[in-house]
Ligand binder design. Sequence first.
Ligand code: GRF
Length: 199
Amino acid sequence: MKPKIVVFASGSGSNFKAIAEAIHNQTLDAQIVGLIYNRPEIGALKIAKNFGIPTYYLNDKDFPNYEEYELRLLNILKTLKPDLIALAGYLRKIPKSVTNQYTNQILNIHPSLLPKYGGAGYYGIKVHEAVIQNDEKESGCTVHLVNEAYDEGAIIEQVKVPVMADDTPEILAKRVLKEEHQLYPKVIKNYLTQILKKS
Ligand code: GRF
């Protein structure tokens, strides 16, 4: 049985695609058993359809209260039985009940060299705007473990990219994203090997 991954996404899903492609190309020995998403008609959805990956729309705002949302999410995960959860541009906080139950089994990718430019307010293009504003000479991406605090779990691996004098946030975002697509499947592969050895 191949190790099971559940991906969470809120946007275009290019990192999700990179993971799915790595599996398709057999550089990553795993299966994506579900995509959990919280916004309708996002790019990630189309990617899931292309790869035949089951999708689960889940938005806490559709539930009478947060607890019921948490229960539903926990239930989906219980059915999917992931070895690993990969957040790929997921813009909602993961409930504590989930981070508690899947300790050391949730990874995220962030488009900066954490701990710099992480935490509340630093998402999407805002990260790259701040990097340029502060005249940083380098930026990059980070894969880290997810705990209940935003972007604060243990760092697993980072890749650096230079920041050029004439960079716009969009140009820098592209340079970083390109590295993300290489880094995330690679880290997932290594991390899965590590956790499966322990179990
Ligand atoms: C990436 O830059 C990732 O680091 C961040 O959100 C963005 C998602 O992009 N967490 P995509 O949806 O994978 O294209």
